[in-house]
Design a protein around this ligand. Structure first.
Ligand code: MF3
Ligand code: CO
Length: 272
């Protein structure tokens, strides 16, 4: 069952998203060679609680940490450990929080120091695929329009879409209906209506699409050990177009005004 959000609820989700975007921006600046994944996790936990929010991943189905940290051939849900980041690593950060009862969920992949050309291409294609998917998140379109646009961009760049994990509705629960696959057929699936909020999250492998679960029960890796990247935003479907909730608000004025992907002439805040 899809739960539609009121304007007031989307206001709260916008606040949640802005705080999460700040947390991710902070993590991005400290993700340097030598820092451990656990140090990033502790900083995220501290930051989120410091803003009066709950790091919602903690305790979620037994998960123990505030963020997921997935390195190189790890796709998503990597558990933060004492592993130190090294020059050339590809780090996917995934974070979520609860603010006044509502979730924000977002993430991104960042290169640590200088990364390979292939890694950069994978990162760029994945980020672009999210942008392209978000552009399809328009009233009157269907979920399949988002899915197909993402898949087409990823495969056009020579990479593959992970099929075992998908995006999702988000609200008072992190995972709500509908599912938002990163592959599919345009014109199919649930109709997009105002008040829907979707976490759109392409997971893209440099090699084959197949993934496996590590023995820790969480970490998802590519079967062929190829690199993987991931970007995620929580996005509200509005009559005025998609609104990215999990982007950094650059000024107070923008904090009050919706930061529209389309319609305000300001561009989309799509850069992470
Ligand atoms: N953010 C992830 C998602 O989009 C979920 C993280 S799993 C958790 O589905 F256990 F860490 F919460
Ligand atoms: Co998600």
């Amino acid at each position: 069952m899809i739960i539609y959000k009121s304007e007031a609820e989307i206001d709260l989700m916008r606040e949640a998203g802005a705080i999460l975007a700040e947390a991710l921006a902070r993590l991005q600046t400290i993700a340097r060679p030598g820092i451990t994944l656990l140090e990033l996790d502790r900083e995220a936990d501290r930051f989120i609680r410091g803003r009066g929010c709950i790091p919602g991943f903690v305790g979620y189905q037994g998960y123990q940490n505030a963020i997921c940290t997935s390195v190189n051939d790890q796709v998503v849900h990597g558990i933060p450990t004492n592993r130190k980041l090294r020059e050339g690593d590809l780090l996917s950060l995934d974070a979520g929080l609860i603010h006044r009862g509502f979730w924000a969920d977002a993430g991104l992949t960042v290169g640590i120091g200088k990364i390979s050309v292939e890694a950069q291409q994978l990162l760029d294609a994945t980020r672009e695929s999210l942008e392209i998917g978000i552009r399809k998140a328009q009233v009157g379109n269907r979920i399949g329009d988002i899915s197909a646009a993402i898949q087409q961009h990823v495969e056009g760049a020579g990479f593959s879409v992970v099929e075992s994990f998908v995006g999702h509705g988000i609200g008072r629960d992190m995972h709500e209906d509908p599912q938002v696959p990163n592959f599919g057929i345009a014109g199919q699936g649930p109709l997009l209506k105002p008040g829907m909020v979707l976490a759109i999250e392409p997971m893209v492998n440099a090699g084959r699409k197949d993934v496996a679960l590590l023995g820790d029960g969480w970490t998802v890796v590519t079967v062929d050990h190829s690199l993987s990247a991931y970007f995620e935003h929580s996005v509200a479907i509005t009559a005025d177009g998609p609104e990215i909730l999990t982007s950094v608000r650059k000024s107070d004025a923008q904090h009050r005004l919706p930061s529209r992907l389309v319609g305000d002439g300001q561009g989309g805040d799509l850069e992470d």
